[in-house]
Design a protein around this ligand. Structure first.
Ligand SMILES: *Cc1c(COP(=O)(O)O)cnc(C)c1O
Length: 415
């Protein structure tokens, strides 16, 4: 006897059509139309020779984005958190000492990863909104010369602060430690040179400055890591993330089934990396800076103040202090409901104190900057904050035209 079918409640469920939003939060960013189109193409098999050729191109494009020759460079199947975990489970064995530099939310997650791997975390703390202090790292390494790995976040999305990866890696290597670097928000937005900076293991995400669908994590591992993985005595605690096994699929010869790749997602990543290649890395970086300067001009014209000091600011993630007496959640709600604009809230100790304005990838464009400033000005004015509608747009306009003039002058000089 079959059991009776359980019917759903009467509420009708329709096909889901998300609204068109302007995404200016900490990610996801807006997806470029060409990337969306690539994603909707028919699925093919994950060992189809045509797909396998596409995987090779994908790895080549990723090496360009990361500025590395590392053969072991590929998109892990899963969000940025999977890339993070893939680094830790392959590089940290029980009892290993790992220094984690924490200056925001994501450093905290790294500590959690170390603990779950059975490692011994040693935490170098810095204030949220400030970069990792290289002197503190060096002091800690002196006290713990047997440290195996140093881990830090290059672009802290929770605070909008960038650290000096080149210096931190150089210090770690001087004490014989390998490095794990979080570049989830960095990749495609601000300069990153994996080989020149000698980074050992790095991971990123598809949905921030690459403007691709969420759920993919580009990773890259140096030969130093590969050697260590080959020599390890323990089997990696994770079957899914074991680099030895994943290599059977993403390696260069005899590809075999490991797990079903997120095929259409990989079509999308291929297209988004192609867009990055067509634009050129330097142009993508300077585009992020150009729109940051205009947004900054507008926000400051409204009297808002940045959390992070200028030299450490991430152009792709702007954090500003919420003015005294303003209900920050109400502002975000009005931005979303009245203007279809999404921005981010503060996290941890910064909750309620800051807003986070993302200018990532395809979202880093003039119309987003102008709409956001206009919407914010009108909402703040309605709430009684002393700002005149229009002053922010005028300041942003001024910034754009000064930058255009500067670029034109440079061109004439070069010609
Ligand atoms: C977004 C983000 C992550 C996590 O990525 P998910 O795709 O959400 O798993 C990790 N680190 C940083 C710095 C991030 O900004």
């Amino acid at each position: 006897m079959n059991s009776p079918i359980q019917h759903l409640p009467a509420k009708k469920i329709n096909s889901f059509y998300p609204p068109q939003r302007t995404l200016m939060g900490p990610g996801p960013s807006e997806i470029a139309p060409r990337v969306l189109a690539a994603m909707s193409l028919p699925c093919i098999g994950y060992l189809d020779p045509i797909f396998v050729d596409m995987m090779d191109e994908l790895k080549t494009l990723l090496r360009y984005a990361y500025q590395t020759d590392n053969p072991l460079t590929f998109p892990a199947s899963g969000p940025g958190s999977v890339g993070m975990e893939m680094c830790f489970v392959n590089m940290v064995d029980p009892g290993d000492k790992v220094i984690v530099c924490r200056n925001g939310v994501f450093g905290g997650r790294m500590i959690e990863n170390v603990t779950r791997c059975g490692g011994v975390p040693i935490v170098v703390e810095d204030t949220w909104g400030e970069p990792v202090d290289p002197n503190k790292l060096e002091e800690t390494l002196k006290q713990h010369p047997d440290t195996k790995v140093v881990a830090f976040v290059l672009a802290e999305t929770s605070t909008g602060c960038m650290s000096d990866a080149k210096t931190l890696v150089e210090i770690a290597h001087r004490y014989g430690a390998l490095t794990i670097v979080d570049a989830v928000t960095q990749l495609g937005g601000t300069p990153l040179f994996v080989d020149e900076w000698n980074i050992d293991a790095i991971y990123s995400g598809s949905q921030k400055c690459l403007s691709c669908t969420p759920g993919l994590s580009p990773v890259s591992f140096s030969e130093r890591v590969v050697e260590q993985v080959r020599a390890r005595k323990h089997r990696c605690q994770s079957w899914f993330m074991d680099l030895d096994l994943v290599l059977g699929y993403w390696g260069t010869t005899n590809r075999t089934y490991h797990h079903t790749a997120p095929i259409n997602g990989l079509f999308a990543l291929h297209e988004s990396l192609l867009l990055l290649r067509e634009e050129g890395l330097e142009n993508a970086w300077s585009r992020h800076t150009r729109h940051y300067l205009a947004l900054k001009a507008g926000l400051e014209a409204m009297g808002l103040q940045y959390l992070v000091q200028e030299p450490y600011r991430l152009p792709q993630l702007n954090t500003v202090r919420v003015p005294e007496g303003i209900d920050e959640a109400k502002v975000r709600k009005a931005l979303l409901q009245e203007f279809n604009v999404e921005i981010g809230a503060g996290l941890g100790p910064l909750a309620g104190k800051i807003w986070r304005f993302g200018l990532m990838g395809y979202s880093a464009k003039t119309e987003n900057v102008m709409l956001c400033l206009s919407a914010l000005g009108s909402i703040l004015m309605d709430m009684g904050y002393p700002v005149k509608v229009g002053i922010a747009e005028a300041a942003a306009h001024q910034s754009y035209s000064e930058q255009h003039a500067l670029a034109a002058a440079k061109k004439i000089k070069a010609a």
